[in-house]
Design a protein around this ligand. Structure first.
Ligand SMILES: [Zn+2]
Length: 324
């Protein structure tokens, strides 16, 4: 993916912090031109609790996406108070009435990865569920920063910020969980919630738990799967389109470079082992927003202001996708 040009140029920032990004963008151009491939793993070497669902973050050569337009037109400007404090949680099913706006009539489902109380329900979350290609645990606890900031809190915080931003655009927004259930939902149910809502777009929010020095975000796209209840053939292409626009806008709004340890520098990875993707019948991607176990990434992930930018970048990608 060529993250250059007015749509992708990161917001003008203080020169000191942007050095590496320019390098990253240059790397992106090279990586984008080089990268293509798919990593298909079933039940890959889990690292219980870290990464998307379970399975850590295998290395994969990503597909080079087309320079999808990430139009500021769809920009969702956060008001000042959004910066630090995230909007209060609400019951997920009671989505706020859609305001007028460019996304009126559109349904977006946000899947905050893991659940803050999963850790108290290990028997329930270890129960095996069918994800079409294989069986895997219902859910995992998620990772945390070395200082103990839980991934499950991070995902809910970003989800709340995204909901506020997208509702301002007129979208109907549903969350798969909002601290309103003792554990889960299981990965298969998370997919079914998006399917049942006939969502126009679904995004699963995560943060990775990889080695220190591994930095940056990556977006996980569904690979073509047709096994058991899983059949992604109809959503592979639209999900990639969604993923490309989210990746492009995430770079532009946060100034954060794509992962330096997975995805060949393009920030995109395709997988066939995630139940949440395999069972989706609507356009859906996962995003690993950064590495909680790297001190520099952790400094970003634990910052309300950066989480607001992350929510804005992901939301603008969704808006750009939905507005085509
Ligand atoms: Zn996760």
């Amino acid at each position: 993916m060529v993250y250059t040009g007015p749509d992708f140029d990161p917001p003008p920032q203080r020169r000191s912090r942007r050095g590496p990004l320019t390098v990253a963008l240059a790397a992106l151009v090279c990586g984008g031109l080089l990268g293509w491939g798919v990593y298909a793993a079933t039940g890959s070497t889990d690292d219980k609790g870290t990464g998307a669902e379970a399975g850590g973050s295998p290395s994969a050569a990503p597909r080079t996406p087309s320079p999808a337009a990430s139009s500021p037109v769809g920009s969702v400007s956060p008001s000042a108070e959004d910066e630090e404090s995230s909007p209060a949680p609400r019951t997920p099913s009671a989505s706020a009435p859609a305001a007028a706006g460019p996304l009126k009539g559109k349904v977006v489902v946000i899947d905050p990865g893991h659940n803050p109380t999963n850790v108290k329900h290990t028997a329930e979350i270890n129960r095996q569920v069918d994800v079409g290609t294989h069986r895997k645990e219902c859910d995992t606890t998620g990772t945390s920063t070395n200082d103990g900031y839980p991934e499950a809190e991070f995902t809910l915080d970003v989800a709340h910020r995204m909901r506020a931003l997208l509702e301002k655009q007129g979208a109907t927004v549903k969350l798969t969980q909002d601290r309103d259930r003792p554990f889960g939902p299981c990965v298969d149910e998370r997919a079914r919630i998006g399917n049942a809502a006939k969502a126009d777009a679904v995004v699963s929010i995560h943060a990775d738990g990889s080695g220190a020095g591994n930095r940056g975000f990556h977006v996980i796209l569904p690979g073509p799967v047709n096994a058991g209840e899983a059949d992604t053939r109809a959503v592979v292409e639209p999900s990639r389109e969604l993923g490309e626009r989210i990746a492009g806008n995430f770079v532009r709004v946060t100034g954060t470079a794509p992962s330096n340890y997975i995805g060949g520098g393009t920030g995109l990875v395709t997988r066939k082992d995630l139940g949440g993707l395999n069972l989706s019948t609507v356009p859906k991607v996962f995003i690993e927003c950064g590495n909680m176990r790297d001190s520099k990434d952790a400094a970003l992930l634990t910052s309300g202001a950066w989480r607001q930018k992350a929510a804005q970048g992901i939301s603008e990608g969704i808006v750009s996708f939905l507005r085509g």
